[in-house]
Structures are given as C-alpha cells and as structure tokens.
Design a protein around this ligand. Structure first.
Ligand code: SF4
Length: 212
C-alpha cells in the first residue's frame, strides 16, 4: 500500500475511534497536506488556528483561501492578542505561552476533544525525530499521520493534488510561524531552522512535554 493510502487508512481509523478529534494548523506545508488528506478521509471536525496577532499577512490570506476550499470542516480562529503586546521582544517563551499555548489550551479545556490530528513529521527537526504515529498525553491522544513523511513526499503530494501552499514557502520559509520569529532557511538546513533564529528555542511549547 502506498504511503498516501496508508495515511488515509490511519486517519480513517483514528476518526472512527475519535469522531470528536480536531486539528490545529498554522498553514505550513505539513498542515496543508494533512488538511487535504484528513478531509479525503472524511474529517469534518474543527480546524483551529491561533491568531497570535503577529502572523504574516500571507498566512491570513492562505487561511481564508483554505476556508473557502474546505467548507466541510468547521473553521475556528482564536484571536489571542488584540493588544499586540510585543512581548516577543523581551521574552519569546513568555510570549508563546501567553499568545499561543494558553489560548489553545483554554479552548481544548472547554471542548475536551479525545484526540488531536497533528501535522508534525520526524524530518522537520531533530526535536521531532522520534515522534510516533500515535502518542498519548494525560488529556488526549495525539495522532501524527505524517510522522514518517519526508519533505519531498509532502511536496510531491501537494503538487499532485494541486494544493495551494503558503506563498512564503517558495521563498525558503519552510516552517512559518509568527513574522517576528520566522526567517527563511538555506539549503541543507532543517525545515524549522528559521524559527527563533539566534536563540536555543525550537518549539513554541504546544507540542512539548507539559504542552497540550
Ligand atoms: S512565535 Fe514569536 S511572536 Fe509568536 S507567540 Fe511565539 S514569541 Fe510571540
């Protein structure tokens, strides 16, 4: 069975056991591919985007385009940071905790989904090199259907299925987060090497131990 079909079956099985599963996305390559695969597998649940107030304009445009294309899912935008506190200038950990992790954590505490569909893949970063297809936290199951996909396989899928990618992806933004904390990467770097450049920070805290 092809990787694509294996992944579709994996998602179908996950949704059968966890019909209340939801997915979060920041509209990176992985997230866009997962959204397409999940809807092909019958996903009609919530797609949650945390608007930290610092996203690239292009990210918001992509979100609007995708919400037009995939009308079968329920689109949720959590507007986290209306005041634009610029906390990232002094403390990126505190900024992510306040403007990214807390809003999503609060939302999940209200919704109480039994599972999340997550678009992470092992190849994205050394910190993700051991993720499994299925992981458990105290609160819920985390499905990582793309865990074993390479970037080349994700790009090939996007091309074959004519998916609209984030416009900054073609400019080297292989992982796209908030504008102040994201740079383009150069050939040979990890996809997430452009996040929080110049610091040891590699994750916003959503998917690390003690996150969600
Ligand atoms: S990525 Fe940067 S701007 Fe966005 S929440 Fe984290 S520290 Fe703040």
């Amino acid at each position: 069975m092809s990787l694509e079909n294996q992944t579709l079956e994996h998602i179908k099985t996950a949704l059968k056991r966890h019909p209340d599963a939801l997915m979060t996305t920041a509209f990176n390559l992985n997230g866009i591919v997962l959204l397409d695969l999940a809807t092909r597998a019958g996903f009609t649940g919530q797609v949650v985007f945390v608007d930290t107030g610092y996203h690239f304009l292009e990210t918001l445009i992509v979100r609007n385009h995708l919400s037009e294309k995939y009308k079968q899912v329920q689109w949720i935008t959590l507007n986290a940071n209306h005041q634009q506190d610029n906390l990232w200038q002094s403390n990126t950990d505190a900024c992510c905790a306040k403007n990214k992790v807390a809003p999503l954590k609060n939302f999940l505490e209200q919704q109480k989904p039994s599972a999340l569909l997550n678009a992470r893949s092992r190849e994205q970063n050394s910190t993700r090199a051991t993720i499994e297809l299925r992981e458990e936290s105290a609160e819920r199951i985390h499905f990582n259907p793309l865990a074993f996909w390479t970037r080349a396989e994700l790009e090939a899928y996007a091309k074959e299925h004519q998916l609209e990618l984030h416009p900054l992806y073609a400019q080297g933004y292989l992982s796209i987060g908030c504008a102040p904390c994201t740079k383009a990467v150069v050939v040979g770097e990890d996809a997430r090497a452009g996040r929080w450049v110049g610091s040891t920070k590699t994750e916003c805290g959503l998917w690390t131990k003690g996150g969600l």
